[in-house]
Design a protein around this ligand. Structure first.
Ligand code: ADP
Ligand code: ZN
Length: 624
């Protein structure tokens, strides 16, 4: 049973923790809020820790668990992530185990043996196991001293991933009030946060909320012209590097995967329509670095912890800013510079809306009552995403503000297309906007974007002839512009909510109140030209240690060695060493095992197990 520790004893323990982190994990420093979270742990206090993906939540509970007497139980919803964490801990010389209903009797009995022997400091538990009657009592009997709730938003209806089993935690709190509970999540909305505290019954919790910005991600939004070609351009900026390409529909996944494979990309598809065995094989190939790229629907990624994903491409716009943040969040978990590219089009906006309307209609036909407010909210989220896509504010700033945090900097962020100056403002935005808006009015607000663009460029189409629109004063006003550029501007006007797209089958355009103001030149506006090829070659990033100069050929050699060692041990390569560790090795080129000390990510256990092999590889490279 844990009791609260005095402040001076706690500070001595924190020093002990730092030494432990250096010895076991090979990290010489703690990241922001890790020390605070660990302090709460050693003081035996309840805590809610909200940190962005990749910020280093697991260390916050793993390290204190090793120092604490008794057993730390980590409740976590995804078996694959638990397996990864355990594999990583075992490679670092730490005993950890898991209990889930997917295990056979033999595996379970081995874990129980360890528990009875008191050999285990860290036990990971899957939700359904946690909710089995009598299980809580067993944990307490095995000396449970702290409960860690990972992905704590799963306890909240407000979160995106509600797990009813998480509600059993309340029982533990009632029956064993002295056992501290520490909750971790990357989901940050205030409702979820408050709900987690309430549902878990946290008492005066230490609340730690980190920055939601992901400075190592570079964002770039491009109007979609040719998804395969544009995706290939991104892939070619990242030779031999891992990436995920997200599509809306399964058919799009299959087609794009085929096209990329024809272009020589080592990739596989992933979606719910594939057989489970195929899906699993493709995912394993990705984790084992046998392929570089996975083309997927959003079904892919929940259980994926590959930390060196260097790019995420959205071949179509996601249906909300939250989804965008979550999916792009799978890039660069190791903190190294990574690129996120979204291809979007007004067709995505319309396509999502049709899907939404259809699913609501189907639900209604099936007698399910849908909250009309919910339908409205999902439409609002879609509009917000579209506005984000077509607007030209710093992408980092927009995201941070979207999640309710202040953006302090006035400087360009240096890691998005807007701040890198890749978007070029149209020199005569006001006039272009006026032409488009008045064309919509002249067409009596009864036509969609493609017809409006046809009229503006003076096209001789069937519909123009039937409607007699060649006689309009706006006919041919934009004769000199590229049709794609006109469409791009119309989309920006929709994104800025100066134009409204009618719901239903005919997406006709009409002016909003602000649209009228813009048409009358009473409202400032900037429109952007179609982006040209990115100036910065790769995903630029802000303030991350990506400026390390290392021997790229040696880095590739070390990656190959890492892959071989991992295959021998039956673990994914990133469990052996992260990219950052290999980069530091390829920079420092140590020629003896002692020289590996101080390299980030090399603790005692890995030094012993892998040190000699890596030093030999570095020496062989030097002789070459
Ligand atoms: P989260 O769970 O918050 O998404 P992880 O716990 O998976 O993040 O950590 C992300 C990455 O950061 C991992 O590769 C981890 O090893 C690394 N990491 C965590 N803490 C530190 C630290 N203090 N110094 C260096 N690397 C760290
Ligand atoms: Zn920016």
């Amino acid at each position: 049973m844990s009791t609260t520790t005095s402040p001076s004893a706690a500070s001595a323990r924190l020093d002990e923790l730092r030494t432990l982190v250096q010895r076991v994990w090979g990290y010489s420093e703690l990241r922001p809020l890790q020390a605070e979270a660990m302090a709460a742990a050693v003081e035996g206090r309840d805590a809610l820790v909200v940190l962005a993906t990749g910020a280093g939540k697991s260390l916050c509970y793993q390290a204190p668990a090793l120092l604490r007497s008794g057993l730390t139980v980590v409740l976590s919803p995804l078996i694959s992530l638990m397996q990864d964490q355990i594999a990583g801990l075992v490679e670092s010389g730490v005993d950890a185990a898991m209990l889930s209903s997917a295990q056979d009797g033999y595996e379970k009995s081995k874990v129980y043996e360890m528990l009875r022997g008191g050999d285990l400091k860290l036990l990971f538990v899957a939700p359904e196991r946690f909710a089995t009657p009598g299980f809580l009592g067993e944990l307490v009997a095995f000396g449970l001293s702290t409960l860690v709730v990972d992905e704590a938003h799963c306890i909240s209806h407000w979160g995106h991933d509600f797990r009813p089993e998480y509600r059993r935690i309340g029982e533990l709190r009632r029956n064993h009030p002295s056992i501290p509970i520490q909750a971790f999540t990357a989901t940050a909305t205030p409702e979820v946060r408050a709900d987690v505290v309430r549902q878990l019954g946290l008492r005066e919790p230490v609340l730690l909320v980190g920055s939601f910005d992901r400075p190592n991600l570079g964002y770039r939004f491009l109007p979609r012209s040719d998804a395969a070609q544009q995706t290939l351009e991104v892939i070619r900026r990242h030779p031999r590097e891992a990436g995920i390409v997200y599509c809306l529909r399964r058919a799009d996944v299959d087609e794009l995967a085929r096209e990329l494979a024809c272009a020589g990309v080592r990739c596989q598809p992933y979606h719910a329509g594939l057989e489970a065995a195929t899906r699993e094989r493709n995912q394993d190939q990705f984790l084992a670095e046998d392929i570089e790229v996975i083309v997927a629907t959003v079904a892919f990624g929940m259980g994926i912890d590959r930390p060196d994903v260097r790019f995420v491409v959205h071949a179509a716009m996601p249906k909300g800013v939250e989804q965008f943040a979550q999916e792009t969040g799978r890039a660069g978990r190791d903190g190294l510079a990574s690129e996120c590219v979204m291809l979007y089009s007004g067709a995505d906006f319309h396509g999502w809306r049709l899907l939404q309307e259809r699913s609501h209609a189907e639900a209604a036909a099936a007698g399910v009552t849908i909250d009309p407010l919910e339908a409205e909210r999902s439409l609002a989220r879609l509009s917000e995403m579209y506005g984000f896509a077509t607007s030209a504010v710093c992408r980092h700033k927009f995201l941070v503000q979207h999640f309710g945090q202040a953006w302090e900097s006035c400087e360009p962020c240096g890691a998005c297309d807007v701040c890198l100056g890749e978007l070029e403002a149209h020199a005569d935005s006001v006039r272009a906007a006026q032409m488009i808006l008045s064309c919509v009015v002249r067409c009596e607000q009864r036509y969609g974007a493609s017809h409006i663009a046809d009229v503006l460029r003076g096209a001789d189409t069937e519909r123009v002839r039937t409607a007699g629109h060649a006689a309009l004063s706006t006919f041919g006003l934009m004769r000199d512009q590229h049709p794609r550029e006109i469409r791009h501007w119309i989309e920006q006007l929709v994104g800025l909510e100066h134009l409204r797209v009618a719901p239903g089958r005919y997406p006709t355009l009409s002016l909003t109140h602000s649209g009228v103001e813009v048409m009358k030149a009473r409202h400032a506006i900037t429109l952007y030209r179609l982006p040209v090829a990115p100036k910065a070659k790769r995903g630029a990033s802000r303030g991350v240690a990506s400026d390390l100069v290392f021997d790229a050929a040696l880095f590739e050699r070390l990656r190959a060695l890492r892959r071989r060692l991992a295959a021998e041990r039956g673990v994914p390569p990133y469990i052996v060493f992260g990219d950052r560790t290999l980069q530091e090795l390829a920079a420092a080129k140590p020629l003896n095992v002692e020289g590996l000390r101080g390299i980030r990510g090399i603790g005692e256990s890995k030094l012993r197990d892998f040190g000699a092999a890596f030093v030999a590889e570095i020496a062989a490279h030097a002789e070459r």
